[in-house]
Design a protein. Structure first.
Length: 193
């Protein structure tokens, strides 16, 4: 049996969970999310105890074990998303690099001959704390927040993919908690042989 799947999910106050067939809908103060559960996994909502229990009828089958933990994690992410939300902090390093919000689009100046625009998906909020870098030491900072963990992570990865951090000077877009392994550049020595 899946160790993660065995744990019940506590439903915080203000969050409402409904189930119609295989479809689970979670609504809370920050929004509503819904998802279809896999047919091999059963979801039971205990409204009296304010808990959600994900059950697996055949725990000895490997696929069922994997789906058990996955479905439990997805439902737990939905509950956390509508109650607290998720956020990703990002930084841009490099002289002259920056980001602007222009009517639902993020516009990046990151060393290309043209600005790069990317559409902000519905349900994701962008908060720009520092719009432009100041030298190589003070990065531009912005925060992405939303209720859907998958959508938020995918959007953050798409932004990072525009210009990933390079290993010599560290220029590029990265997550705030990301460690970039630095390489030593070329070293010139005197040519006496």
């Amino acid at each position: 049996m899946s160790r993660i799947g065995k744990k019940s999910i506590a439903v915080p106050g203000g969050v409402k969970v409904e189930q119609k067939g295989r479809r689970v809908k979670v609504a809370g103060p920050l929004g509503a999310l819904e998802m279809d559960c896999h047919p091999l996994i059963q979801v039971n909502i205990d409204e009296a105890a304010k808990r959600i229990v994900v059950e697996n009828d055949r725990p000895n089958i490997r696929q069922n074990k994997q789906l058990h933990g996955t479905m439990r994690a997805l439902i737990a992410n939905m509950v956390q998303g509508v109650s607290k939300g998720f956020e990703k902090k990002m930084e841009i390093y490099g002289t002259g690099y920056g980001v602007k919000d222009q009517g639902g689009k993020l516009v990046f100046q990151i060393g290309f001959c043209h600005p790069v625009q990317i559409q902000v998906p519905k349900g994701i909020n962008v908060n720009i704390e520092v719009a432009a870098t100041r030298g190589n030491d003070v990065p531009a900072r912005f925060t992405l927040s939303g209720t859907d963990k998958h959508l938020l992570g995918q959007f953050a990865a798409d932004i990072r993919r525009i210009r990933p951090p390079e290993p010599y000077q560290g220029k590029g877009i990265r997550y705030a908690d990301e460690h970039v392994r630095r390489k030593v550049g070329k070293s010139f020595t005197s040519g006496t042989v």
